[in-house]
Design a protein around this ligand. Structure first.
Ligand code: DX5
Ligand code: ZN
Length: 214
């Protein structure tokens, strides 16, 4: 069954603990934490202290999406803060293999994210090393953007590649995911749906999560 990872980017930051408790009670599987550095993406969000504070108030695994240049510099801080998984962008890593090995050596799930214009064949060599590929279905930096439809074909191709090579790599999709495109995303092979607006901007979080899960 598909897993649902609400993105706290769309939560009320002034009441974060309460928001997290609500999505946990509503049946979320993971909590997606968007970290932005103002360089790799044109926006700034949160860092390790907030991840640490979240880890103290939830049992949900923290799926931390690092939209950072040179993410390797901050890996130890995010691991120590209590991340369950760290996802770095292929576009932001000069030595991706080394960065992925550092994440795995720290004992957390290793993910690599692809921007919409980045082809899946860039993962050809690294794929067997990964726990997760995060397929961006918007250009990263902001919540509430419109889903890019070509993502569906990208997920299908990636799913096929993973199956053909007999690997067990999860596919997550992030950006503009909603109850309307969720059935197509599940059918295309997404294992994890990340959703900000489609959960936190809805009146009933449990109903929103059920609608995404199908
Ligand atoms: C975008 C972030 C997403 C974002 C998704 O840069 O990586 O996780 O929060 O928000 P929605 O679901 O509103 O597109
Ligand atoms: Zn994200």
């Amino acid at each position: 069954m598909v897993q649902i990872a609400p993105s706290i980017l769309a939560a009320d930051f002034a009441r974060l603990a309460e928001e997290v408790a609500r999505v946990e009670a509503a049946g979320a599987d993971l909590l997606h934490v968007d970290v932005m550095d103002g360089h790799f993406v044109p926006n700034l969000t949160i860092g390790p202290p907030v991840v640490k504070a979240l880890a103290a108030v939830t049992r949900l695994p923290l799926d931390v999406h690092l939209m950072l240049e040179e993410p390797e510099r901050l890996l130890p801080a995010f691991v120590e803060a209590g991340s369950a998984g760290l996802t770095v962008h292929v576009e932001a890593c000069r030595h991706l293999h080394r960065t992925v090995q550092a994440i795995k050596a720290a004992g957390v799930r290793a993910g690599v994210a692809l921007n919409p214009a980045t082809p899946i064949w860039l993962l050809q060599e690294i794929l067997p090393e990964l726990d997760l590929v995060l397929v961006m279905s918007v250009n990263p930096g902001f919540g509430g953007q419109r889903f890019i439809p070509s993502t569906l074909a990208k997920i299908r191709a990636l799913k096929q590649e993973i199956a053909a090579r007999g690997l067990s790599v999860a596919i997550a999709v992030d950006g503009g995911v909603n109850a309307t495109n969720a059935p197509q995303l599940r059918e295309a092979g997404a294992d994890i749906l990340v959703a900000g607006t489609a959960v936190f901007a809805q009146p009933d979080y449990a109903q929103a999560i059920r609608a995404l899960r199908g």
